[in-house]
Design a protein around this ligand. Structure first.
Ligand SMILES: N[C@@H](CCC(=O)N[C@@H](CS)C(=O)NCC(=O)O)C(=O)O
Length: 242
C-alpha cells in the first residue's frame, strides 16, 4: 500500500509516545507535527477539526504517497484520534510488520495484554492529563491555596499526578506477578502493546521522581525495552517536568 503517515504529537505526551513506539517498532516512516500543549494550541480550531478532543496524538494516514511536508486536506486520508485504536489499526493494516499483539490462538495472552493496557490507559493516565490538572488548578487553587500560592499549589498537583502513577504501577506489577503469563516482557518473550503503553509511563514516572525499585518485574521489562533501538529513539528530549 502506498501511504504517507503524519503523527500529531508532543514531546511530553505519553499517549503520543505510545504511537511513536508502535510506528518505530513496525518500521513505518512518518512525519511529526508538534502541537504545543503548554500554550494550549491543542484547542485551536484548526487542530480540533483534526482531533475533536483536542488531545494528542492524532494519527493521519494519507492513502497515497505524498512528497514534501504535510499534504493538504483534499488528499484522501483517515484520522485516528485515540492512541490504542491507532496502534491496533496499524497492527491490522500493516500486518507484515512486527506484531504487537499475541496471535489469535493465544486468547489468554491477548486478554492479559489488554488488561495491562487498560490499567495504564484507562485507569491511570486520564487522571494525570493536563486538562485534569488545569481544571483542578482553576477550580481549587483559591480555596486550597489562599493568596494564590502558585508554587505550593503546583506542587500539590504534581503530588496528585505522582499518586496516580504510583497506584497504576503498583496494580500493573501485581497483575504481572499474579498472572500465569511469564517472560522477558509484559506478556511473554515478545514486545506487545502492553510494553508500549508501559514505557512512556515509566519515562514520566522517572521525571516525577517515582522510585521504580518497588516494581522489580516492571524494572526488568523496562531494561529489556530500553535495549531496543526503536524504543530508545521514541524517547524525546525535553519532556519538561523538571
Ligand atoms: N485516550 C486518549 C488520551 C489522549 C490524551 O489525553 N493526550 C494528552 C497528552 S498524553 C493530551 O493531549 N492532553 C491535552 C490536555 O489534557 O489538555 C489517547 O489514548 O489518545
Amino acid at each position: 500500500m502506498t501511504h504517507s503517515i503524519v503523527l500529531y504529537s508532543n514531546p511530553i505526551s505519553d499517549c503520543a509516545a505510545r504511537v511513536r513506539l508502535a510506528l518505530n517498532l513496525k518500521n513505518l516512516a512518518y512525519k511529526t507535527v508538534n502541537i504545543d500543549l503548554a500554550n494550549q494550541r491543542n484547542l485551536d480550531s484548526e487542530y480540533v477539526q483534526i482531533n475533536p478532543s483536542g488531545t494528542v496524538p492524532a494519527l493521519v494516514i494519507y492513502k497515497s504517497g505524498v512528497k514534501g511536508s504535510v499534504p493538504d486536506e483534499s488528499t484522501p486520508r483517515i484520522i485516528l484520534t485515540q492512541s490504542i485504536a491507532a496502534i491496533e489499526y496499524l497492527e491490522e493494516v500493516f500486518s507484515d510488520s512486527r506484531r504487537l499483539l499475541p496471535p489469535l490462538d493465544s486468547p489468554l495472552r491477548r486478554a492479559h495484554v489488554r488488561t495491562l493496557v487498560e490499567i495504564i490507559s484507562s485507569d491511570t493516565h486520564p487522571l494525570t492529563s493536563p486538562r485534569v490538572s488545569r481544571f483542578i488548578q482553576e477550580k481549587f487553587r483559591e480555596p486550597f491555596s489562599p493568596g494564590n500560592d502558585d508554587v505550593g499549589f503546583g506542587m500539590l498537583v504534581k503530588e496528585w499526578d505522582k499518586h496516580w502513577i504510583i497506584r497504576g504501577l503498583t496494580v500493573y506489577e501485581k497483575t504481572l506477578t499474579s498472572s500465569e503469563v511469564v517472560g522477558r516482557f509484559s506478556a511473554g518473550d515478545e514486545v506487545t502493546l502492553a510494553d508500549i503503553v508501559l514505557v512512556p509511563t515509566l519515562w514520566t514516572a522517572e521525571e516525577f521522581g517515582v522510585d521504580l525499585d518497588d516494581y522489580p518485574r516492571i524494572v526488568g521489562i523496562y531494561g529489556e525495552m530500553m535495549k531496543i533501538e526503536e524504543v530508545r529513539l521514541a524517547r524525546q528530549k525535553g519532556k519538561g517536568f523538571e
